[in-house]
Write a protein that binds this ligand. Structure first.
Ligand code: ZN
Length: 139
């Protein structure tokens, strides 16, 4: 088995910005020497997440709305007392959605549903530059 590590950066506006990174992940898989296996897509940071989404304008509004009910931006967070910051909701959302996903690929092509895109979700309360790691494993 071979392991190949690729990275790319993504500029986000924060505030549950949802960015389609399918093309970047597919490029990372194509750029490795591995033909078939799995790709782990991970975002380094405790206020962002990686998941799959049907990337269409409706869901890009629905997902922030649903997360606003679960972890409201203007709620009282103990985290704000720890650091004097304002992003308690961002950390809670990041933990719930999760920082990574694992995807299978065959003949250098990711196996995804037609309406299934790989997305970076940035929950921080300000614009951020994010580092996404794609670790490709297989033969
Ligand atoms: Zn914080």
């Amino acid at each position: 088995m071979t392991v190949d590590t690729k990275m790319f950066s993504v500029s986000s506006a924060g505030n549950t910005d949802i960015i389609d990174i399918t093309g970047d992940v597919q490029d990372a898989v194509c750029g490795s020497k591995i033909k078939s296996g799995i790709a782990v897509v991970f975002v380094a940071g405790s206020t962002a997440a990686v998941s799959t989404v049907e990337f269409e304008p409706g869901l890009v509004k629905d997902i922030p709305r649903a997360l606003e009910k679960i972890a409201p931006r203007n709620s009282d967070y103990e985290h704000h007392k720890t650091w004097g910051c304002d992003n308690g909701s961002s950390h809670v959302r990041s933990t719930l959605v999760g920082p990574s996903i694992t995807l299978p690929f065959k003949d250098k092509k990711l196996i995804l549903g037609t309406w299934q895109q790989i997305c970076l979700l940035d929950f921080d309360t300000r614009a951020r530059e994010r580092e996404v790691v794609v670790q490709v494993m297989g033969d």
